[in-house]
Design a binder for this molecule. Structure first.
Ligand SMILES: CC(C)(COP(=O)(O)OP(=O)(O)OC[C@H]1O[C@@H](n2cnc3c(N)ncnc32)[C@H](O)[C@@H]1OP(=O)(O)O)[C@@H](O)C(=O)NCCC(=O)NCCS
Length: 137
């Protein structure tokens, strides 16, 4: 079935949060609803939604920090995985970033989720020799 991809609507927030929970992407220190509201409120970011028959089955939050593009919350419903939807979401995110002039796309993989690197490698992504560090603002 063809995945229809367009920006997430605010009324799909709860469906997106449920999808992220099902995919193990939520963490107690992040507020997914606030993350959705922020990403949808700026011209430099968006959340792409993939739907089958109007039902949300995939997401990819994407945006540019002014230098690089990033993808977060890449999720495909566990019952719909391995059908090419994850790849389709990453292609759509790359196209969105190209459109706003971002020259490069990075993804961060949590250390407990390193197995997913094989998915990105399948799409042609190569390991970047960096570590990320962070502070709360
Ligand atoms: C990662 C994820 C988005 C992949 O979605 P998907 O729809 O199953 O992926 P696709 O079907 O588009 O797979 C594309 C290719 O990658 C391969 N692939 C997918 N997941 C893989 C995995 N975990 N390990 C190895 N290869 C994988 C597929 O076999 C396919 O290869 P092919 O082109 O040879 O057929 C999905 O597994 C998911 O939502 N995981 C939980 C959330 C997560 O970890 N997100 C990423 C955070 S960094």
């Amino acid at each position: 079935m063809t995945l229809a991809i367009s920006p997430l609507r605010p009324d799909e927030t709860e469906a997106a949060v449920a999808l992220w929970e099902a995919c193990g992407l939520t963490r107690p220190w992040n507020d997914p609803r606030a993350d959705i509201a922020l990403a949808l409120s700026r011209p430099s970011s968006t959340i792409l939604a993939g739907r089958i028959d109007s039902k949300l089955v995939a997401t990819a939050m994407t945006g540019s920090d002014g230098h690089r593009g990033w993808v977060y919350y890449l999720a495909v419903d566990p019952t719909a995985q391995r059908k090419g939807y994850g790849a389709a979401m990453m292609h759509a995110a790359a196209a969105w970033l190209r459109e706003i002039g971002a020259p490069k796309l990075h993804v961060m993989i949590r250390s407990e989720n390193l197995g997913v690197a094989a998915f990105y490698a399948r799409l042609g992504y190569v390991k970047s020799d960096t570590i990320t560090m962070a502070t709360r603002l």
